[in-house]
Design a protein around this ligand. Structure first.
Ligand code: SF4
Length: 162
């Protein structure tokens, strides 16, 4: 059967963002994947046990890879440590991807979980740095190629090449 694709739930219109909204992506490729039954809908932060809406959180002291290695933490603006929920959500996402036979994920950009290129720098000032969120980093370590919502065509090309 067709290989699965893990997709951030907020990109599919689910109101799971920290602010209670969604980030619906408009993409003919996404629509085709849906019709083909490939999509595994997933929100790492909700899966990790966090409520919606929830306080915004950023990675402090590094990137998602550093969080996985125990060298950085995820905290809310009020200083609550939510690292454990983010790491749990990442492992749940990995399990869901493996169960779906997914070699590809399309995840929401800039998120401390889902970001695959840049993330916020932990100062809650809107400043970004190069690096991945916790879930994107874990998926990448397990050979799952992560794209963002500006890269549906690239993700589809990669999927066809598998
Ligand atoms: Fe979207 Fe990922 Fe944030 Fe969930 S954790 S709301 S899927 S960006």
């Amino acid at each position: 059967s067709d290989a699965g694709v893990l997709v951030s739930a907020c990109l599919l219109g689910r109101k799971v963002r920290y602010d209670g909204g969604h980030s619906q992506a408009e993409s003919a490729i996404l629509a085709r994947w849906k019709a083909e039954g490939r999509i595994c809908v997933f929100c790492p932060e909700v899966s990790g046990g966090l409520p919606t809406p929830r306080p915004p959180a950023e990675i402090v002291g590094g990137t998602g890879a550093d969080v996985l290695d125990g060298h950085a933490r995820v905290v809310t603006e009020e200083g609550q440590d939510v690292t454990a929920s983010f790491v749990r959500g990442a492992h749940n996402a990995l399990r869901a991807a493996l169960e779906a036979g997914a070699k590809v994920a399309v995840l929401k950009s800039k998120s401390p979980s889902c970001g695959s290129k840049t993330i916020y720098d932990g100062t809650f000032s809107g400043t970004r740095l190069a690096g991945q969120g916790v879930t994107a980093a874990l998926l990448g370590r397990h050979g799952i190629r992560v794209f963002d919502e500006a890269e549906f065509a690239a993700a589809d090309a990669y999927l066809r090449g598998q």
